[in-house]
Design a protein around this ligand. Structure first.
Ligand SMILES: [Zn+2]
Length: 130
C-alpha cells in the first residue's frame, strides 16, 4: 500500500480541515510536511492510502464551497477577521486594487499598515472596511 497526495495546501489550517473531513467519512488522511511539498513554499500535502484515493477525491470534489470557518475557529479567537454584524469568521477580504499596490510599492510597504481592506461577509453579505 502506498500513499497518494490528494491535495496541497498553503496553510496547516486548510490541510487540517481537509483531514477532518476525510476522517469523518472513514478515510484515514494524514498531513505530510516533509518531502518535495515542503521546502521553500511551506506547503502541506494531504495524503491518503492509494485504495482510498477515488473516494477521497469524490468527497473533496463536492466540497467546492469554501471551508466553513466557524466550524474550526473558536468563538473568542481574535486572530481571524469577523463580520461585525453576525460575528461569523466566514469573511472574504478583497484583494488590493492596482492603485493601492502602487502606493505600497512607493512607500516600501509602509502604507499596508494603514490601508483598510474591503471585507465582505459570506453569510449575511454585509460589507465594510477594516
Ligand atoms: Zn455577517
Amino acid at each position: 500500500m502506498s500513499m497518494v497526495v490528494i491535495g496541497v495546501f498553503t496553510s496547516e489550517f486548510e490541510a487540517q480541515a481537509v483531514c477532518h473531513r476525510l476522517d469523518a467519512e472513514g478515510i484515514a488522511a494524514r498531513m505530510n510536511r516533509q518531502g518535495r511539498y515542503q521546502g521553500f513554499t511551506g506547503a502541506i500535502a494531504v495524503e491518503v492510502d492509494e485504495a482510498d484515493e477515488a473516494k477521497a477525491r469524490e468527497i473533496l470534489g463536492d466540497a467546492d464551497e469554501p471551508v466553513n470557518m466557524d466550524e474550526y475557529v473558536a468563538p473568542g479567537d481574535k486572530a481571524y477577521r469577523r463580520c461585525p454584524v453576525c460575528q461569523t469568521a466566514n469573511v472574504d477580504v478583497a484583494p488590493l486594487t492596482e492603485g493601492k499596490v502602487w502606493l505600497m510599492i512607493l512607500t516600501l510597504g509602509f502604507s499596508t499598515l494603514f490601508l483598510k481592506r474591503d471585507c465582505r461577509c459570506r453569510k449575511c453579505g454585509h460589507t465594510w472596511r477594516g
